[in-house]
Design a binder for this molecule. Structure first.
Ligand code: ASP
Length: 330
């Protein structure tokens, strides 16, 4: 069937308005998806680790979809403002969310969370996993994890730990560090770890735990002190860096994972098309090379699927929510 672009536009607009009302998009519209730019919402500041993954992914998905993906940073409350806004967006595939472990942890940290991560979204797929690094400012006295543990044990109430707010992985990593060292540090929240890292570089804060996505160049330039990596094994992008476990923090095990979501009710034809574009982007040699340089590991294809993300979110929710509740009760 040949349709003039004008008719398609009229049909799309009225059908989508009806869809927003009825909670679904007609099959004919879904089959033409996408006919206009798509917004990919990032819950943290521009220039941070989530933003960098989103922009690289979005640029490549745009090529596959034939429409621009516009990255929009919606900041605040450890990523929950962005996730809440996408949960309430029209379920038409034109508003998507990229988020990390915060989808699994937020319900334990925000008793009045305005959305249910496991119920209010359709799943597109997992994207990539990233290790974290625990860093100190160059003026901060300890040089190794052992020295750091001794220092915070003595001076904990004077030590500043930057993060991207409750629900951010930097905050989660900090909470695990406090739990492992039995200390309580001064948390300094930012709207993403891009501004938090700037504060660390300017020695306005003492400590920050953040993804290799943004920390590798500063570690190489020695403009920050690296204590260790948060994964149980050493990582390819920093082969000489000890793990925090090697530094004496028994059982310290944390990595960041990313997934892409659409509002609940987005038609299957649409989510399937977005999943196809996600999988194409994660095979794109440019994306692969960039991610590799940043220490970001693209997940296997079976995880780049709605079922792969759903299963993972469920297992991460089961793992972290009881633990976070118990940390909060201490
Ligand atoms: N790395 C941040 C976090 O702590 C998020 C970001 O700025 O991308 O969650």
């Amino acid at each position: 069937m040949i349709r003039s672009p004008f008719i398609v536009r009229i049909l799309s607009t009225s059908a989508i308005a009806a869809a927003a009302f009825a909670g679904s998009v007609p099959a004919a519209i879904a089959a033409e998806f996408p006919t206009r730019p798509i917004t990919l919402v990032v819950p943290f500041a521009a220039g941070g680790p989530t933003d960098i993954v989103a922009r690289s992914l979005g640029a490549s998905m745009s090529k596959d979809l034939g429409q621009t993906i516009v990255v929009e940073n919606r900041l605040g409350a450890g990523g929950t403002i962005a996730a809440g806004s996408v949960a309430k967006a029209a379920p038409d595939g034109y508003t998507l969310l990229i988020h990390h472990n915060g989808m699994a942890t937020a319900p334990a940290l925000y008793p009045d969370l305005a959305y249910k991560p496991l119920n209010d979204f359709e799943y597109i797929g997992q994207v990539a996993d990233v290790p974290m690094t625990l860093l100190g400012s160059k003026n901060f006295p300890p040089n190794t994890t052992a020295e750091l543990v001794a220092y915070v044990t003595k001076n904990g109430e004077k030590v500043n730990l930057a993060n991207a707010g409750p629900g951010a992985v930097s905050q989660l990593c900090g909470a695990l560090f406090e739990q492992a060292t039995k200390t309580k540090l001064i948390a300094i929240p930012y709207q993403g770890t891009a501004p938090a890292l700037n504060a660390l570089l300017g020695s306005q804060v003492d400590l920050l735990c953040d993804q290799t996505t943004t920390t590798l160049p500063h570690i190489a330039a020695k403009s920050v002190k690296l204590y260790g990596v948060t994964t149980p094994a050493r990582i390819k992008s920093l082969p000489d860096a000890p793990t925090l476990q090697e530094g004496g923090l028994k059982g310290f095990d944390m990595k960041v994972w990313h997934g892409v979501y659409a509002p609940k009710g987005t038609p299957k034809e649409v989510t399937a098309r977005i999943t196809r574009a996600l999988q194409a982007a994660l095979k794109d040699p440019e994306v692969i090379a960039r991610m590799d340089k940043l220490g970001v590991e693209i997940v296997p294809v079976d995880k780049q699927t709605p079922a792969g993300l759903q299963t993972w979110l469920q297992s991460e929710s089961d793992k972290w929510q009881p633990l976070l509740k118990s940390i909060a009760a201490q």
